[in-house]
Design a protein around this ligand. Structure first.
Ligand code: PGA
Length: 264
């Protein structure tokens, strides 16, 4: 870290997507905690680590992680407080389960389930002042990148949430830049390309929140692996990783998490 630059504690989040039953989730947790224990105590003071399982595994994973510093995240929530929304989960449910983070705006929700910026902003508004931090995912498609529209697209996705929530999420928001063409494809943005987008996000956060925008963590996601995490996180505005594919292997996930300690 350069002298005078703001300290942002790295955050690494595993997005399990629709994988792992509750039983498999607790096996994974046991193996991950054993790997992290080998590192000895103290790592958690320099790093935030969270896992986002499918909703049915949240409670079992909570039990398996209890007493550890690995935090619980959810993959989704509905903007309404409660009511007739078959198949959805509410903020109160996530709070009761002890979730500390929730993904909103993931590209799979945007593209496979038709969630638009307005709906994602409504989810963000629901989270204002709660104990659950949104991890707002933004990112461009391949066509948008090739048409030179990356910064524009990402800025619009971010603005939809910031305009709806004002200063309400200043101390809660986490942003994740995930180029859609890099998710699950094995292709990763180059560290310089990722930094250029993160710098633009940072600029927007500072314009909106003032100086506290320098404290907001901006994660990178899209085919993050043990072999590329170091060079990505060496960039000044990459504050952690949202990990998909590599989350399925406790060894790979632990090694990504521990590599990010070098950032702190
Ligand atoms: P990936 O997924 O690491 O498999 O590319 C990232 C994500 O969807 O968050």
């Amino acid at each position: 870290m350069k002298p005078g630059s703001p300290h942002r504690r790295p955050l690494v989040v595993a997005n399990w997507k629709m994988n792992f039953t509750p039983g498999e989730a607790s096996d994974f947790a046991g193996r991950l905690l054993a790997l992290l224990a080998k590192r000895g105590p103290g790592w958690i003071e320099a790093l935030d680590l969270a896992i986002a399982p499918a909703h049915p595994a949240l409670d079992r994973l909570r039990g398996a992680l209890s007493g550890s510093d690995v935090q619980l995240a959810a993959q989704n929530l509905h903007p309404a407080a409660q009511g007739a929304y078959t198949g959805e989960v509410s903020l109160a449910m996530l709070e009761d389960l002890g979730c500390r983070f929730v993904l909103i705006g993931h590209s799979e929700r945007r593209h496979l389930f038709g969630e638009d910026d307005e709906f994602i902003a409504a989810k963000a508004s629901r989270l204002v002042g709660s104990s659950v931090r949104p991890i707002l995912c933004v990112g461009e498609t391949l066509e948008e990148r090739e048409a030179g529209e990356t910064l524009d697209r990402v800025t619009r996705q971010l603005a939809a949430v910031l305009d709806a929530t004002g200063d309400g999420l200043a101390s809660q928001l986490v942003v994740a830049y995930e180029p859609v063409w890099a998710i699950g494809t094995g292709r990763t943005a180059t560290p310089d390309d990722a930094q250029a987008v993160h710098a633009e996000i940072r600029k927007n956060l500072i314009e909106h929140f003032g100086e506290s925008g320098r404290q907001t963590r901006i994660l990178y996601g899209g085919s993050v692996k043990p072999s590329n995490v170091r060079e990505l996180l060496a960039q000044p505005d990459l504050d952690g990783a949202l990990v998909g594919g590599a989350r399925l292997d406790p060894e790979a996930f632990a090694s990504i998490a521990l590599a990010s300690l070098e950032k702190s």
